[in-house]
Design a binder for this molecule. Structure first.
Ligand code: NDP
Length: 445
C-alpha cells in the first residue's frame, strides 16, 4: 500500500470520532500525493504523521454566569498545530458546532494556508461550543473573560497569536485582550489580532478576508480571459467574510443575485449589500428584513444551494460542508463555472471532485480566504514595529499577497502539470511542501 493511503487508513481508525478532521486530512493528503511519490524518503521520516499530529491540544472548561445568575460550563480549546514557520496563528470560533474534530480540521488547513501567505506564521485554531446567539453584551463579556482566564498562559506574541473566526469579531477580541492584559499585567498588543483600530488593530483587517477572495478570484478570471463584470454571483453567509466579499464583488462589477444566513436566503436580481450593512447595525440583525427595506427580492427559508437560480460564480462564506454532491450537481446544472471558497471546507470532498470532473474552476478556501490571516500577519508587524499603516497601504499589501498566492499556484501547476482549473491541488502542494521543508530543516523530530 502506498504511504499516503496507509496513513489515511490509519488515521481513519485512530480518529474515527473526528469526521471533519478525517475529511480535511483526506482531501489535503490525496491532493499532495505527488510530493510523496517524488520523495519516498519521507515515509521513513514519518513526515505525514508529523504533519497530521498537532504539536499540542489544550482543552479546558469555561465556566460563566448568565444574567439570571445561573452558571454554565462550556468546553474551550486551543489546538497548537504546527510552529515550523512561526508562532501558531489562527482564529477562535465560538459556535455550538465546535468540537476537537472541527478545530483540528481548521488547524490543519490553517497551517498550510499560513504557509501560502509567505509570512512567518505557524498554524493553530481555537474556540468553544459556546453559542453567542441571543446572549447579552455582559454575558458575551463574561464568557470571553472566562475563556481567556485559561487561555492566557498558553499564548504570547512569539508563541501563539489567536484572532477571530465565526462568532468572534472585534468586540469579542476586545474583551479577550482586556482580560489578557488584566491577568498578565503585560500590554503586548501583538498577542491577539483583529483588535479595534483604536488600540492596536490594523485598518482593513475586518474587510481583508472578503476583499482577498475577490482579489484572488479576479486574477484567476483574468487568466481565463473572463470579464468579471455582470457575472451572476451568489454568496452564502452574511457575516464578516460574506459581507465584505459582497462589497468588493459589487465594487468590481459582479452581479450579486443571492445571499444567505442561517435563517434562509434572499434572491434579488439587484442585490444591494449596503442594505445588509445597515441592517447589521441593528441588534438583533434580522436578515430577512432586507426585503422590507429594499422593497424587492424575496426571502426563502432553507439553503440557498437548494434553489435553481442561474449562476456563474459561487462564493460560500458561511461554514463547513454546506455543499454536498447533490447541491454541487445543482450548481453545475444552473451554469456555475467558478467555485471560489470563502469559508473553510464549505464543500464536501465529493462535491469538489464533481466540480473538477466537470471542468469548473475551483479556488479553495486555503487560498481564497488567506487574506484574513495575512492581514493579521500585517497587524502583528505593525504591533511589533509600533508603526501603523494607512488603509491604502494595508490594502495594497493585501493585494500583493493575494497576487503572490496566485503566482505560487501557477508555478506549481506548471511544475507538476496540474489542470489549470485545479487550484485545490496547486494551493495544497505549495503550502504543504513549505511546511515540510521547514520541519526537515529544523530537524523537527
Ligand atoms: P461570521 O460568524 O461572521 O458569519 C458566518 C455567517 O454564516 C453568518 O451569516 C451565519 O448566519 C452563516 N451561517 C452559519 N452557519 C450556517 C449554516 N449552517 N448555514 C447557512 N449559513 C450559516 O463568520 P465569518 O464570516 O468570520 O466566517 C465565515 C467562514 O469564513 C468560516 O468558515 C470561517 O472559518 C472562514 N474564515 C473567516 C475569516 C475571518 O477573517 N473572519 C478568515 C478566514 C476564514 P447567522 O449569523 O444567522 O448565524
Amino acid at each position: 500500500m502506498k504511504y499516503v493511503d496507509r496513513v489515511i487508513e490509519e488515521y481513519k481508525v485512530k480518529d474515527a470520532s473526528q469526521p471533519e478532521f478525517i475529511q480535511a486530512m483526506e482531501e489535503v493528503i490525496k491532493s499532495v500525493e505527488v510530493i510523496f511519490d517524488n520523495h519516498p524518503e519521507y515515509e521513513n521520516m514519518a513526515i505525514l504523521e508529523r504533519l497530521l499530529e498537532p504539536e499540542r491540544t489544550i482543552k479546558f472548561k469555561v465556566p460563566w454566569i448568565d444574567d439570571k445568575g445561573v452558571t454554565h460550563v462550556n468546553r474551550g480549546y486551543r489546538i497548537q498545530y504546527n510552529s515550523a514557520l512561526g508562532p501558531y496563528k489562527g482564529g477562535i470560533r465560538f459556535h455550538p458546532s465546535v468540537t476537537e474534530s472541527v478545530l483540528k480540521f481548521l488547524g490543519l488547513e490553517q497551517t498550510f494556508k499560513n504557509a501560502l501567505t509567505n509570512l512567518p506564521m505557524g498554524g493553530g485554531k481555537g474556540g468553544s461550543d459556546f453559542d453567542p446567539i441571543n446572549k447579552s453584551e455582559l454575558e458575551i463579556m463574561r464568557f470571553c473573560q472566562s475563556y481567556m482566564t485559561e487561555l492566557y498562559r498558553h499564548i504570547g506574541e512569539n508563541v501563539d497569536v489567536p484572532a477571530g473566526d465565526m462568532g468572534v469579531g472585534a468586540r469579542e477580541i476586545g474583551y479577550l485582550f482586556g482580560q489578557y492584559r488584566r491577568i498578565t499585567g503585560a500590554s503586548d498588543r501583538g498577542v491577539l489580532t483583529g483588535k479595534g483600530v483604536g488600540y492596536g488593530g490594523s485598518l482593513v483587517r475586518t474587510q481583508a478576508t472578503g476583499y482577498g477572495i475577490l482579489y484572488l478570484a479576479t486574477e484567476v478570471l483574468k487568466k481565463f480571459n473572463i470579464d468579471p463584470k455582470g457575472k451572476r454571483t451568489i454568496i452564502s453567509g452574511s457575516g464578516v467574510v460574506g459581507t465584505y466579499a459582497a462589497e468588493k464583488a459589487t465594487e468590481l462589477g459582479l452581479k450579486i443575485v443571492g445571499m444567505s444566513d442561517i435563517t434562509g436566503y434572499i434572491l434579488d436580481e439587484d442585490f444591494d449589500i449596503n442594505i445588509i450593512k445597515e441592517l447589521q447595525k441593528k441588534k438583533p440583525f434580522v436578515f430577512k428584513d432586507y426585503v422590507k427595506v429594499a422593497q424587492r427580492g424575496e426571502f426563502f427559508p432553507g439553503s440557498i444551494y437548494d434553489t435553481d437560480v442561474k449562476v456563474d460564480i459561487v462564493m460560500p462564506c458561511a461554514t463547513q460542508n454546506e455543499i454536498n454532491l447533490e447541491r454541487a450537481r445543482r450548481l453545475v446544472k444552473n451554469g456555475m463555472f467558478m467555485m471560489a471558497e470563502g469559508a473553510n471546507m464549505p464543500n464536501s470532498n465529493e462535491a469538489i471532485e464533481y466540480f473538477l470532473k466537470n471542468d469548473i474552476i475551483v479556488v479553495p478556501g486555503k487560498a481564497g480566504n488567506a487574506g484574513g490571516v495575512a492581514t493579521s500577519g500585517l497587524e502583528m508587524t505593525q504591533n511589533s514595529t509600533r508603526l501603523y499603516w494607512s488603509a491604502e497601504e494595508v490594502d495594497s499589501k493585501l493585494k500583493d499577497i493575494m497576487h503572490n498566492i496566485h503566482q505560487q499556484c501557477l508555478t506549481i501547476m506548471d511544475e507538476y502539470n496540474i489542470d489549470q482549473k485545479n487550484y485545490v491541488a496547486a494551493a495544497n502542494i505549495a503550502g504543504v511542501q513549505k511546511v515540510i521543508d521547514a520541519m526537515i530543516a529544523q530537524g523537527d523530530y
